[in-house]
Design a protein around this ligand. Structure first.
Ligand code: ADP
Ligand code: ZN
Length: 681
């Protein structure tokens, strides 16, 4: 009996590829890796489906698979189901999901998952003594019990606990219970918090049951980790494994691991936008995928945060998710005092040192003299965001992107933060010879100023530029934790989940640009980020302080932040979203069109717009000029689609996909890149 197999190949192709299984090979199962010919090349793909009947293609066009690489599926049936769901929901191809989902090494035909192969890359081992769990405080114990009770009714529960309330300790108790039953636990964290203190804490308690999976571990290690998780799965399926659980800590891509019996999925800092993959496809949100995984395995999902996203809070209010609160910090420490500094008044009175107001300088000096540590937050890297000519006003911009070049003064460079292109720093205008002036400030400039105003202080800076190498991040954090550094300057990298005993003061040098983003989510984001970074202050011993410099101290967001009125703030956001029919009160899809010639793009976008209005009517926006209109020589336009909650969105996606396919094959759309982003952030 001949068999045919549909193969997933790691390519952005829409159509499935079908091959014949030659008589010389035994038929592979779905999820096995095979080598197939593609044009003049050979590629590793994954079997999606096995078919008994020949597909409806001319027989001589169907080629044979070359070899089968696996003796057992390296992708489980559950994973394949999840891939299909993602491809469907996020409107992309299975090949794109495959690329995101399995370690690159598995696409190498030499790589074998066979358990009999003994020589493998070594993963970090956590032998040694483990320590017992900490005893929960009364409030923590109550929250833990409430979470468990909530799980009886809701598969998804949100644990909203203020910063330093001990959410991590609560998780650890819940994890422990699962591991004791031989279950797996998937613990998702935003990328950057990973390499730091969390794994340290977890390995002390869970020892070698801990597995860490994220993009900073090498490709070989990722593959080995995948293999070990798969091994566990095979063993469980055959009933041969010891009753040992597995704790997998990972960034968003860990949702793709071959799980078998997860008892709990934890997604910490659920409000973090980095859980959504922006580019390339699949543009998935790890929170949505985690919820889906929970459904697949019938397992509980716990979303943790100090500042829930508006979307999650909506689900809690609806009764769809359980909701548990932890309102006090561990050990009775109070949440930090938040002080606002009016920059307009400070500048007017000339009471500024560079970008530091007098009161801030005084407080930093005071804290340093007491032997405390300070964190300075500015969410912009580089020296300054742009320069301009004092005579003709000329601003140097990137030749390929429609953005100003960022100043990196120590390197004497101007850099595009969108494509990475650089050019030498200009002190004179290339057009008129006028003098160039530097505007605004980033972390690099702050560092310069700190050296000038606090010459005795030991300083470190943490941003993308200072953490290019694998261990940089760790080194900076270790040094700061060991108090070898007094002042830590950083972008949002310093805001996430870190714990330092001696930090008594956190300063936000300019909060205004956080609030002034061109998105309906900008206040939500700003609040989350400010609350998060504030949460680094005064976590041990005595109450901390946060100083926020702003030109707009009357902004209502600050009053709520000062009172730590997260719920009031979020409820107001919900009301606003409702009255403007914005998510979560509607569903959005953003269609992005790109082409390297602007006129072509314009007419193509207009054409597409007409088609979409014809189908979707008023659900379709006009053609929108995004805030950055060109990146890497590609001009960009967008069309937003917005659906009411009751509408059949899967049907709408199908219609949209049909339209995109038709568009691409018509002269109007040829060569225009069309990207659909579902539930965009
Ligand atoms: P969160 O995750 O809510 O920000 P953490 O779990 O990091 O809070 O807890 C804050 C600090 O308090 C950590 O240093 C943690 O070790 C400590 N802590 C919290 N709960 C306990 C406990 N029950 N016993 C001992 N230390 C605790
Ligand atoms: Zn550029």
């Amino acid at each position: 009996m001949s068999k045919w197999v549909e193969i997933i190949l790691p390519l952005a192709i829409r159509n499935a590829y079908t091959y014949r299984v030659p008589d010389t090979l035994s038929c592979p199962q779905p999820g096995m890796r095979v080598v197939v010919p593609l044009a003049a090349k050979e590629m590793v793909g994954i079997v999606n489906l096995v078919q008994d009947e020949a597909p409806d293609i001319e027989p001589e066009k169907i080629r044979d698979i070359i070899t089968v690489l696996d003796s057992e599926p390296s992708v489980t049936q559950k994973q394949l189901d999840l891939w299909r769901w993602i491809a469907n929901y996020y409107m992309c191809n299975l090949g794109q999901v495959m690329e995101a989902a399995i370690p690159r090494k598995l696409q190498d035909r030499q790589y074998s998952l066979d358990p009999s192969i003994r020589r493998r890359i070594k993963l970090p081992q956590y032998e040694g003594e483990t320590s017992p769990l900490k005893t929960l405080s009364f409030a923590q114990q109550r929250a833990t019990d409430e979470v468990k009770t909530a799980f009886l009714e809701h598969p998804i529960v949100i644990l909203q606990g203020v910063t330093s309330s001990g959410k991590t300790e609560v998780y650890m108790h819940l994890i422990h219970e699962q591991l004791e039953q031989g279950k797996q636990v998937l613990y998702l964290v935003p990328e950057i918090a990973l390499t730091t203190q969390l794994t340290e804490r977890l390995k002390q308690v869970f020892g070698n049951k801990l597995y860490v999976y994220h993009s900073r571990v090498s490709d070989g290690q990722r593959a080995e980790l995948y293999r070990q998780v798969l091994q566990f799965t095979w063993a469980k399926e055959k009933g041969t494994s010891e009753p040992k659980g597995q704790l997998i800590v990972g960034a968003r891509s860990a949702v793709f691991l071959p799980l078998v019996n997860p008892g709990l999925i934890i997604l910490d800092e659920e409000h973090e936008p980095s859980y959504k993959q922006q580019d390339p496809a699949p543009r998935y949100h790890a929170r949505s995928v985690a919820v889906m995984l929970g459904k697949q395995f019938g397992c509980k999902v716990l979303l943790g945060t100090a500042t829930p996203s508006v979307d999650t809070l909506y689900n809690a209010k609806n009764g769809k998710y359980g909701h548990v609160q932890l309102t006090e910090r561990y050990a009775g420490i109070q949440l930090p005092i938040i002080t606002l500094i009016d920059l307009e008044r400070q500048y007017h009175r000339r009471e500024m040192y560079g970008h530091f107001s007098d009161p801030l300088v005084a407080r930093i000096r005071e804290e340093l003299s007491k032997g405390k540590q300070v964190i300075l937050f500015q969410n912009r890297r580089g020296y300054a965001p742009y320069i301009s000519c004092t005579q003709c006003g000329q601003v140097p911009t990137c030749s390929d992107c429609d953005v100003a070049m960022t100043v990196h003064l120590s390197a004497r460079l101007l850099t595009c933060h969108y494509c990475g292109q650089t050019q030498p720093f200009l002190s004179r205008c290339p057009k008129c010879g006028g003098e160039m002036r530097i505007h605004g400030f980033g972390t690099e400039r702050l560092e310069d100023e700190v050296r000038q105003y606090f010459p005795e202080a030991r300083i470190a800076r943490m941003d993308l530029d200072t953490t290019r190498h694998k261990d940089d991040y760790q080194t900076i954090i270790d040094d700061f934790a060991a108090h070898k550094v007094d002042i830590l300057i950083g972008t949002q990298l310093v805001s996430k989940g870190l714990h330092f005993d001696d930090v008594s003061l956190v300063a936000v040098l300019n909060a205004d640009h956080l609030l002034n983003q061109p998105s309906f989510r900008s206040y939500e984001r700003a609040f989350q980020m400010l609350e998060q970074v504030s949460g680094r202050a005064g976590r041990h011993g005595s109450r901390g302080e946060v100083m926020i410099q702003t030109f707009d101290p009357e902004h209502p967001l600050y009053a709520l932040l000062q009172e730590h009125q997260t719920d009031t703030f979020l409820n107001e956001q919900l009301k606003e979203r409702e009255s403007f029919h914005l998510p979560p009160y509607s569903r959005m899809i953003i269609l992005t069109l790109k082409h390297n010639r602007e006129e072509r793009l314009l007419s193509a976008s207009e054409y597409m717009h007409q088609r979409l209005v014809y189908i979707f009517g008023t659900r379709c926006s006009n053609v929108i000029l995004p805030s950055i209109t060109r990146i890497q020589s590609q001009y960009i336009r967008q069309i937003n689609l917005r659906f009411a909650l009751g509408e059949n969105i899967s049907k709408a996606k199908e219609m949209l996909q049909t339209e995109i396919d038709a568009f691409s094959s018509q002269p109007e759309g040829k060569g225009v890149n069309v990207i659909a982003d579902i539930d965009p952030l």
